[in-house]
Design a protein around this ligand. Structure first.
Ligand code: IPE
Ligand code: IPE
Ligand code: MG
Length: 232
């Protein structure tokens, strides 16, 4: 395995954190155990990311399509998000991470939405890592919202600004999906237009800094052309 070497340019990594439920069952436990173990993988990843040169980390935590799951699983996930913010809030503030949430807030439990807003305010001056958590997030809906709001005369730049939802956040450079599936599941479709994709069979609760390092090292060997030609 080759490790990543940090560079000075911005690096936006997005992760579809998949495989929690299967991991829980594979341990002879419940899907919820898998989600709880997934929170530890989030902690490891957030801690390792800046050291590996990641400047923006976007994590897919709950898709709008996930409301279709059984109520008990959805409630357990909302409880987990709430306890993550409470437990990890102080550490995020300390570590220099600036938290922002992408996705709809109006369908989240109100106290969870408030906890997110509070932590966004408390971390807004931090600049070591942009940590973006996608909750009740649908990329198609974000694109539709921006297009409807701006109308037919919108420029690409205006659309991009509204879809991405945060000034200064660039497109995704590297998209990682754990859990063995190779699909985007409505995550950051616009932002991933030129992203490098990296899939692993590793289930999210087993993901650690060495996996992130391996993905970034692989990314650094890719030849990104953006429609142009390879540099001589
Ligand atoms: C991803 O893990 C976490 C969420 C979708 C909230 P899954 O819950 O999708 O786990 P699998 O894919 O069923 O194993
Ligand atoms: C995508 O995983 C959503 C998150 C990781 C939060 P899913 O498990 O919901 O995706 P599908 O249903 O397998 O495409
Ligand atoms: Mg899944």
């Amino acid at each position: 395995m080759q490790s990543a070497c940090p560079r000075s340019e911005p690096l936006h990594v997005a992760i579809i954190m998949d495989g929690n439920g299967r991991w829980g069952l594979s341990q002879g436990l419940t899907r919820s155990h898998g989600h709880n173990a997934g929170a530890d993988a989030v902690r490891r990843t957030v801690e390792a990311a800046p050291e590996l040169g990641v400047t923006t980390l976007s994590l897919f935590a709950f898709a709008s399509s996930n409301w279709a799951r059984p109520t008990a699983e959805v409630s357990a996930l909302m409880d987990l998000f709430r306890s993550y913010l409470t437990t990890d809030g102080p550490r995020l503030i300390e570590s220099g991470a600036r938290l922002s949430m992408i996705g709809r807030r109006d369908r989240l439990p109100p106290d969870l939405a408030r906890a997110v807003t509070d932590l966004e305010a408390e971390t807004r001056l931090n600049d070591r890592l942009n940590l973006r958590i996608a909750l009740d997030y649908s990329s198609r809906e974000a694109i539709m919202f921006a297009a409807t709001r701006l109308g037919p005369a919108a420029t690409l730049a205006e659309l991009e600004r509204l879809i991405v939802g945060d000034a200064g956040i660039g497109p995704v450079d590297l998209l990682i999906r754990t859990g063995g599936e190779q699909r985007l599941s409505d995550f950051m479709l616009w932002e991933c237009a030129f992203a490098e994709l990296w899939f692993t069979r590793r289930m999210w609760p087993d993901f650690d800094a060495s996996d992130l390092s391996e993905a970034i090292a692989d990314f650094q060997r890719r030849d990104r052309r953006f429609g142009g030609l390879v540099a001589a």
